[in-house]
Design a binder for this molecule. Sequence first.
Ligand code: ATP
Length: 334
Amino acid sequence: MIYVSEADPDEEGYDLAFEPRNVFVKRKDPKSDYKLGEELGRGKFGIVYKCVEKKSGRQFAAKFINTDRKDDRLAVEREVDLMRQLQHPRILQLYDAFDDGTSEMCLILELIEGGELFERVICDDFVLTEKACSIFMRQICEGLEYIHSKNILHLDMKPENILCVSRTGNRIKLIDFGLARKYNPKEKLQILFGTPEFVAPEVVNYEEVGFGTDLWAVGVICYILLSGLSPFMGDSDLETMANVTSTKYDFDDEAFDAISEEAKDFISKLLLPDMRKRMTTTDCLTHPWIKSTKRRSMAVLDKSKLKKFVIRRRWQKAVNAILALKRMGATLKL
Ligand code: ATP
């Protein structure tokens, strides 16, 4: 059985994967410097493979991003620029970047071998407790606090973008800065993207976004991790978005019977309609549920609903991957 270690991740000699590097996009084929291996995952924008740097023999992850459309190259350049500014143990590090003029750009990233957090916690040998959840949520908030300290918004916080460093330890890292944006509080920033289950009301309403937008998603992730239920999920994306704007959710399901009032308070202070009233990352880190993890319950949580949630997300990802392939011009023979 795997119990999440109670040690603070930083006490385990938790460091950056490599020295900070000033990465610039190289105008050549990544295969001249890296040998590609097995596929690690895929999303709407990219396919990620294991790879080895030929000169050092070191392993990395290579994310290939389709750049067919006009603005795609600029978007990847922006991702590189933002990742270059982020050097923190809770954040995926960028090692190299390539643009060989074809219809794909490639980012060489720190390799993270523990898989997606939710995939890992639903494994039968993983013991999920409220204490484990609060340890994971604390690290998510630490990563986000650092991102926000650089005036960057992640804007795509969701379970798939939280990876485990190893299969047995308790360390996580935040990934995927493909939708991230530099944030200037004096300039109004509106966005029209995100995953309906995790987007905040201000995104659905096409209103100004800010640091609080990421914290809404933290509230949704925490709600799901503890209960396996998605607070605003409807039968269609439209219904989900209507639920988000109504900001109506509750803790009535029996899945919450075993959950502490402090955990519910933590979520309630994030799922607020007005983003300015939500806790900041720093508030989150001083919230009693996060701060006093030693007091958290070690009672084993029922994961049956969380398993169903993860299986549904796998299906959704598969559909998204097919849609992405179609967008790239692939024809499907079923
Ligand atoms: P999305 O559809 O969520 O926007 P994307 O196309 O931007 O996704 P990523 O989220 O960066 O792509 O990566 C897709 C998947 O690949 C991740 O969910 C993860 O499982 C895997 N992955 C990404 N980066 C790494 C890495 N550095 N090490 C190991 N696996 C990774």
